[in-house]
Design a protein around this ligand. Structure first.
Ligand code: NAD
Length: 59
């Protein structure tokens, strides 16, 4: 199974992605990395998620 998660680098999105990845589900994340809060936090989340089966599409 594959899942598409929008807002994937946000708080809820990141938790959702981790949950799915831990269940060995392939995840494709979509996020525009907006600057509502520090973007570096989101980039760190991407780095961590990429250690698993995660692909990110940056809008
Ligand atoms: N965090 C909570 O406790 C909580 C509780 C209830 C509801 N919510 C709702 O859940 C949603 C996500 O909350 P969150 O805390 O993860 O917010 P967040 O800001 O951490 O995450 C939202 C993510 O969506 C991305 N994004 C925004 N517009 C986009 C667009 N047009 N295209 C692609 N990506 C886009 C942002 O860059 C961000 O990474 C919000 O609608 C929020 O109101 C959150």
């Amino acid at each position: 199974m594959k899942c598409l998660v929008t807002g994937a680098t946000g708080f809820v999105g990141m938790c959702t992605c981790l949950n799915l990845l831990n269940k060995k589900i392939k995840v494709i994340g979509v996020d525009n990395l907006n600057i509502y809060y520090d973007k570096n936090l989101k980039l760190d989340r991407v780095k961590n998620l990429k250690k698993k089966n995660f692909y990110i599409y940056k809008k």
